[in-house]
Ligand binder design. Structure first.
Ligand SMILES: Nc1ncnc2c1ncn2[C@@H]1O[C@H](COP(=O)(O)OP(=O)(O)OP(=O)(O)O)[C@@H](O)[C@H]1O
Length: 472
């Protein structure tokens, strides 16, 4: 099922397009302003965007490039009230798939959508065939994790610096290793720099190494991490923990890809690809001047966000099975079954420590269960069991089991008032557009709208609309 976003300030058009999309079996959402629409595109994954040109907060054509710049860009179909060959050309040049003119008929939209979705499908299957991406032990099949893996796969074919963002324990390092293992650099090293333990006194010697005799006790020369990553990948784990002084050191080596070992006489080169990871909000740190903006820009040519486990509970069962089997093998004990109540309890928990916490919980449960054949909720830590019981009671209460339903106290206007309000807004917008398209010609407006002259004049008067389409 494809996901389609409609961006149009006319709610009726949005609703009509969403209906059409749903009729052909896809999912639709809409935004009434350009700003909201662009935010939705940046935050979500859409296959197609139906984009209106004239929006109250800007011109759709100007947002095209932003929309097409996301990691998995949606195809964009421009919808416009007034056809203009120059804008159409500009739209196509900026990456639009198609350019269609109002009035819109369901048939017109369905035809265009089917064409673009067919094209997307053929693209996906050919790239899937062409690419044998190795998951490197990453378990889970939720759509959120798969999106993230798609981004890793795309990044592994390029050489840009990547930053992986996500809460602690979500698998950032595992994903960085997977990216490296799928890249052209896989025959070379993946070198981890633990930025949290990189003190200012250690930063230079750890990164750049030193020559023999460079300082007291340096009885041998030592290669630094940057040189070790030559040809491979340098992974800056917890990059948000770098002090400002260490950030300065990094910035230089990123700019030059060369450095001087302590006590060295000349610069040494290293061709590494940089991947960094952090659970911190680096954007905010930049605003608060805790992180250098110039360094941040260099780190994040490609940004990949790993979703927390609570947003992909579908992965829990696969992860639990995988961890349990591995642990049983490691402890040389027979494999264990997983009971439904064990899983149920895990689903009720929010996993602040994400996959790492899940692993620890499963490991503890496997030990506690000793030689029992099945993992049950009794083998789980008390805090998780309490959480599960609480959330199941809350669910029962929310679904109103055994009591009369509690209607939420939401204020709704009377039906007629609500309906008439929408109708008036829709009529007013329609007439404004109508007069704009017909360039003030009543004859043309009657032809397009199929309204009689008298009726049209009456409506224009009612909504105070002049023949040029502007409210007087
Ligand atoms: N999808 C997954 N499949 C299998 N194992 C996973 C998955 N995600 C994470 N793990 C495991 O969970 C543990 C934590 O993962 P990792 O260290 O990569 O997380 P992280 O986000 O880098 O954590 P931190 O921010 O604390 O450094 C590791 O043992 C890793 O192998």
């Amino acid at each position: 099922m494809a996901k389609i976003l409609v961006i149009d300030d006319d709610v009726d058009i949005c609703l009509m397009l969403c209906d059409v999309v749903e009729v052909i079996g896809h999912q639709a959402e809409y935004a009434k302003t350009l700003g909201k629409g662009v935010d939705m595109v940046l935050a979500g994954e859409y296959d197609v965007v139906l984009l209106d040109v004239n929006m109250p907060d800007g011109n759709g054509l100007e947002a095209l490039q932003t929309i097409r710049s996301v990691a998995r860009p949606p195809e964009v179909i421009i919808i416009t009230g007034v056809g203009d060959p120059d804008s159409a050309e500009l739209a196509i040049r900026n990456g639009a798939w198609d350019y269609i003119q109002k009035p819109l008929s369901s048939q017109k939209i369905i035809l265009r959508l089917k064409r673009v979705l067919q094209y997307n499908d053929s693209l996906k299957s050919s790239s899937a065939r062409a690419w044998a991406f190795s998951r490197q032990g990453i378990v889970g099949d939720s759509s959120k994790l798969n999106t993230c893996l798609d981004e890793i796969a795309t990044a592994s074919s390029s050489n840009g610096n990547v930053i992986i963002l996500g809460e602690t324990g979500t698998g950032k390092e595992l994903l960085a290793r997977t990216l490296h293992a799928n890249s052209r650099r896989k025959e070379h090293k993946f070198v981890v720099v633990d930025c949290a333990s990189l003190t200012e006194t250690l930063v230079k010697s750890t990164l750049f190494g030193h020559e023999r005799g460079a300082f007291t006790g340096a009885d041998r020369s030592m290669e630094g991490l940057v040189k070790q990553a030559d040809g491979g990948t340098l992974f800056l784990d917890e990059v948000g923990e770098l002090s400002l002084e260490s950030q300065k050191v990094f910035l230089r080596v990123l700019q030059e890809h060369s450095f001087r070992p302590i006590g060295g006489k000349s610069e040494v080169e290293s061709d590494f690809r940089l991947i960094s990871a952090t659970h911190r909000d680096v954007d905010k740190m930049v605003c608060e001047k805790q992180f250098r903006q110039d360094l941040f820009y260099r780190l994040c040519a490609i940004t990949i966000e790993v979703p927390p486990l609570r947003e992909r509970p579908e992965d829990i069962e696969q992860l639990v099975t995988y961890f349990t089997n591995n642990l049983c093998r490691r402890y040389s004990i027979p494999p264990k079954e997983i009971s439904p109540d064990f899983l149920e309890a895990l689903y009720g928990y929010l996993w602040p420590g994400n996959v790492r916490e899940l692993y620890n919980v499963v490991e503890a449960a496997v030990s506690t269960s000793n030689l029992e054949q099945q993992l049950c909720s009794q083998h789980l830590p008390t805090n998780i069991r309490i959480h599960a019981v609480r959330s199941s009671i809350k669910k029962d209460n929310d679904s109103g089991a055994g009591s009369t339903p509690d209607w939420p106290a939401v204020e709704l206007p009377p039906f007629k008032q609500y309906r008439d309000g929408i109708r008036e807004r829709a009529e007013k917008q329609y007439l404004g557009r109508l007069m704009e398209i017909s360039r003030g010609s009543i004859k043309e407006a009657c032809r397009i709208s199929r309204l009689g002259r008298t009726h049209l004049y009456a409506l224009l008067k009612k909504y105070n609309i002049s023949k040029t389409g502007w409210s007087e």
